[in-house]
Design a protein around this ligand. Structure first.
Ligand SMILES: C=CC1=C(C)c2cc3[nH]c(cc4nc(cc5[nH]c(cc1n2)c(C)c5CCC(=O)O)C(CCC(=O)O)=C4C)c(C)c3C=C
Ligand SMILES: [Fe+2]
Ligand SMILES: [Fe+2]
Length: 366
């Protein structure tokens, strides 16, 4: 492979820092064609589906894409907003608000958002940041809990892009923030705000996206990180073990996934006489198909049909001020040493000048 000719980082523009908020991705439209193309890219990622490629190709192209695309398109249509796919709308707004918040705190950083699958793609966004003169990039995945299926796949896409680039910027990645104080605090505030308006439930369900159980057995820390998030949030809310439960949703395919599954758990609770459940999805930082359709519509029906009385869905963090502040504090921790404020730039300039003078003196004395 030959590397392309690239313009040098231009003077004046050079030295900028950017944060890229990366989320999973979503179809461009709630249509069978758009969903098929999105699912094809998503489900062809070997990080997401770990079965032998040739076999999986046959299943994906022979069964999943032909049958699932139109079903999923209908589901997307039920949650699509005037502005577009909720996942993308929330992620793009978070990026704008994060930039504004960091700007108020004196950081001159660009904040972009990218999607692992679909658009705007990671390569497209990284190209644009290069054109804008960004020499330092901090990648902030939208996933608080690390999983090879999601977070590591973002790393793969970033590395794959730069594998074709000559002048690669300085790079940092946030791995996870499942136990970060600011994230837990933002979750706590969102639950308390909801309860202040609507009263409290008999049980709080914390429903996380599942992954195949096999990934846990192979060493993926996702399961443990979800447990820790749930435990810390319950502690913050002062909930005893009887007052909350962690579950896993969005099972896909025939294999066993992490248990307990959300929908059967809700049905069981209803049958046991639990009247009101509140369901939240702490692993999703933006509402999306999996929260707005699978939980707020489908799981609600499951619970009520099984005899439950009241089902409440607590929205994801989305544009909550505590979460924008939380992302900013996460970013600030990972920006340490990168000059993003006026005073840091000035200090760096002075240090560089002092080093240069010392080098001159040493050179002259030899
Ligand atoms: C095939 C296996 C899948 C794994 C493993 C998986 C892990 C995983 N996913 C998320 C977050 C999201 N997933 C979303 C949708 C979605 N997920 C899968 C499959 C796997 N996910 C499919 C097939 C779909 C598409 C929807 C459908 O057809 O039912 C979404 C929502 C996207 C949107 O547009 O709104 C999110 C977000 C995590 C965090 C995760 C592992 C930890
Ligand atoms: Fe998923
Ligand atoms: Fe789903």
């Amino acid at each position: 492979m030959a590397f392309r000719k690239e313009p040098p980082f231009t003077h004046g523009k050079a030295g900028k820092t950017a944060i890229v908020l990366v989320n999973l991705g979503t179809p461009d439209a709630p249509t069978t064609k758009a969903v098929r193309s999105y699912l094809k890219q998503f489900l062809s990622d070997p990080r997401v589906v770990e079965i032998p490629r040739a076999l999986w190709w046959l299943i994906l192209h022979g069964v999943i894409l032909p049958f699932r695309s139109s079903k999923s398109a209908h589901k997307y249509a039920s949650i699509w907003s005037n502005e577009g796919s909720p996942l993308k709308v929330h992620t793009s707004k978070q990026a704008i608000l994060l930039r504004g918040y960091l700007g108020q705190r004196g950081h001159q950083v660009q904040v972009a958002y990218a999607m692992r699958y679909g658009s705007p793609s990671i390569p497209e966004v990284l190209e644009q940041l290069k054109a804008d003169g960004c020499e330092r990039i901090l990648v902030l995945p939208a996933y608080p809990q690390y999983s090879a299926t999601t977070t590591a796949s973002i790393y793969d896409a970033v590395f794959a892009h730069y594998a074709q680039v000559r002048n690669v910027p300085e790079l940092r990645f946030i791995k996870h923030y499942h136990d970060h104080e600011a994230y837990i605090q933002a979750l706590k505030e969102s639950v308390l705000a909801y309860w202040a308006m609507h009263g409290t439930p008999d049980k709080l369900i914390m429903s996380f996206h599942g992954v195949p159980k096999r990934t846990l057995l192979l060493g993926d820390p996702y399961h443990c990180e979800c447990q820790k998030t749930a435990r810390l949030l319950a502690q913050q809310l002062g909930l005893g073990p009887e007052q909350y439960q962690l579950t896993f949703q969005s099972r896909f395919g025939k294999a066993e996934w992490l248990q307990p599954y959300t929908a059967p758990t809700l049905q069981k609770l209803a049958k046991q006489g639990v009247g009101r459940v509140d369901v939240m999805c702490p692993g999703f930082t933006s509402d999306c198909l999996e929260t707005l359709e699978e939980i707020a519509i489908e799981a609600k029906q499951d619970f009520l049909r099984a005899g439950g009385k009241e089902f409440h869905f607590i929205a994801c963090l989305n544009q909550a001020p505590a979460w924008i502040a939380g992302m900013a504090s996460l970013a600030e921790e990972h920006l340490i040493g990168w000059p993003t404020t006026e005073s840091e730039r000035e200090e760096l300039k002075q240090q560089a000048e002092a080093s240069r003078q010392q080098a001159m003196r040493l050179g002259a004395s030899q």
